[in-house]
Design a binder for this molecule. Structure first.
Ligand SMILES: NC(=O)C1=CN([C@@H]2O[C@H](COP(=O)(O)OP(=O)(O)OC[C@H]3O[C@@H](n4cnc5c(N)ncnc54)[C@H](OP(=O)(O)O)[C@@H]3O)[C@@H](O)[C@H]2O)C=CC1
Ligand SMILES: O=C(CO)[C@H](O)[C@H](O)COP(=O)(O)O
Length: 481
């Protein structure tokens, strides 16, 4: 077989199939492989005319079809399947070849795989891909990690098939080894927070303002024309406006209210705890999904009393809608800021040189959280590479400050009515935590010292101290000298 393919894709389910077509539509010859050969044949039968494909049934045939250095992309289920595929192909490759893992792998697995393959001279490029089925075909946001050397060879191809915004590709080299998958994981954590905030806004508009799903769809359509403009707001309007053809009921009323997950949000929260990154909105969004699925707990709590109902007049409902927009925007800024903090923390921990402005740039198009305000996040980080928080930038700070009164009212109304808004509340509490002059953490330190001699630092002197709580007069001693 001629080694004529510039790239090979193995794993031709939803994502792999469309990425392969995207490469082919962009003029590349693409070798195709899938564990179950029927998928390979189906792709060629249905879409073979879109470009140049080399269908392969065996691993040997697939590798032989690739130009050197070989670029072999894996799009299979994350976890054991990825290891199985690497174990199958790596022995057939030569030093300088590249394995690109475009699945949602855990970044720690990517670091392990990269190290093992590097020792054999093979580049392993853990690559975040976002955009779902349509994005994969028409241009996703692509977050490659791996060596700089591999990006030199691979980058132009990935940039070509990625989404473009104002002529700029939504793809950049994120950093070495697992940096790409780390950033993709945080992207998904932000995605969880964004969706939860949207869902809470919907819940409030439905249960406080008494709007129908169709009316709320119109509200989201309007919001999508303003500063909230984003893919998730756009598709929220679509989903809310949809009626179930079988029952004529609003689609959202016939779907079970138990949110599922594949786990990237959970990984974000687990990793954030290890890094000490306070991603409270992302964590609440992840727990909200889990809580919604715990039917036995919900059955136990359901009979308990809730808040007070109160009808709103039309003009009050309209005012409330504007307040919810403010609360949603402010909470969203906080949730995204938490994501960026976590990326900065991950970069520091793992030695990645991640350009935070570039991350915002490549998320402006192609990915699920693409949003107009990412351009401003990009600009804020580009203007100041040491920007510690979006809230340290004048315009974001002013917007969130302007929103704080309605934000508080919305959270208070939700509490009165007994409507759960965990992500709105967590974002507001985060805002208040960080702007507080004094936090009750001093009391926690005192309690820790009381029961466990865990020591504390004083506000007026250096060093660490312990109070001998059981001794008369409770003398204090310095413990670090
Ligand atoms: N769906 C989405 O919107 C997105 C998905 N991703 C990630 O992209 C990857 C692919 O996703 P998706 O297209 O949805 O497909 P799936 O995650 O459903 O994976 C199906 C593919 O994996 C292959 N596979 C499973 N187990 C093995 C194995 N042990 N050995 C070899 N091949 C195996 C299947 O082969 P076979 O046909 O033989 O069963 C099939 O090609 C995943 O890692 C996913 O997390 C990333 C972004 C968005
Ligand atoms: O990676 C993605 C988009 O960027 C997927 O859509 C994501 O996996 C969906 O996650 P979950 O099933 O956990 O909601």
């Amino acid at each position: 077989m001629d080694a004529s393919a510039q790239i090979g894709v193995t794993g031709l389910a939803v994502m792999g199939r469309n990425l392969a077509r995207n490469f082919a539509r962009n003029g590349y010859t693409v070798a195709l492989h899938n564990r179950t050969a029927a998928r390979t044949r189906a792709l060629v039968e249905e879409f073979g005319r879109e470009g140049s494909f080399v269908p392969c049934e065996s691993a040997e045939e697939f590798v032989a079809a690739l130009e050197r250095p070989r670029r072999l992309m894996i799009m299979v289920k994350a976890g054991d399947a990825t290891d199985a595929v690497i174990d199958e192909f790596a022995p057939l490759l030569e030093p300088g070849d590249m394995i690109i893992d475009g699945g949602n792998a855990h970044f720690a697995d990517t670091r392990r795989r990269e190290k093992a393959l590097r020792e054999r001279g093979i580049h392993f490029v853990g690559t975040g891909v976002s955009g779902g089925e349509e994005g994969a075909l028409h241009g996703p946001s692509i977050m490659p990690g791996g060596s700089t050397e591999s990006y030199t060879v691979l980058g132009p191809m990935l940039e070509k098939i990625s989404a473009h915004v104002e002529g700029e590709p939504c793809c950049t080299h994120i950093g070495t080894d697992g940096a790409g998958h780390f950033v993709k994981m945080v992207h998904n954590g932000i995605e969880y927070a964004d969706m939860q905030l949207i869902a809470e806004a919907y819940h409030l508009l439905r249960d406080v303002a008494d709007y129908t799903p169709a009316e709320i769809a119109e509200i989201f359509r309007r919001w999508n024309k303003g500063r909230l403009n984003s893919y998730l707001i756009e598709i929220t309007a679509e989903v809310l406006a949809h009626t179930d053809p079988a029952t004529d009921a609003p689609f959202v009323d016939i779907v079970r209210d138990a949110a599922e997950q594949k786990g990237t949000g959970r990984w974000t929260v687990q990793t954030a705890l290890d890094l000490g990154s306070p991603v409270t909105a992302i964590a609440q969004a992840t727990f909200a999904r889990v809580a919604s699925s715990r039917s036995e707990l919900r059955a136990a709590y359901r009979p308990l009393p809730g808040g007070t109902a109160q009808e709103l007049h039309r003009h009050e409902a309209e005012r409330f809608t504007e307040q919810v927009e403010q609360a949603l925007y402010a909470s969203k800024v906080i949730a995204y800021d938490q994501g960026w903090t976590m990326i900065r923390d991950g970069a520091a921990e793992y030695g990645w040189d991640i350009d935070l402005g570039e991350v915002a740039k490549i998320w402006r198009g192609g990915c699920i959280i693409r949003a107009a305000f990412l351009d401003r996040i990009r600009a804020a980080h580009a203007a100041n590479r040491d920007l510690v928080s979006l809230l340290a930038e004048d315009r974001f700070a002013a917007e969130v400050a302007d929103a704080q009164v309605p934000w508080r009212e919305v959270v208070a109304i939700a509490a009165h009515r007994g409507i759960p808004v965990p992500a709105f509340s967590a974002s507001l509490a985060f805002y208040d935590t960080l702007r507080s002059q004094h936090l009750p953490a001093a009391l926690i330190q005192g309690l820790r010292d009381f029961f466990g001699a865990h020591t504390y630092h004083r506000t007026d002197r250096d060093g660490s101290y312990h109070t001998h709580w059981a001794e008369s007069g409770r003398p204090e001693s310095r413990t670090d000298i």
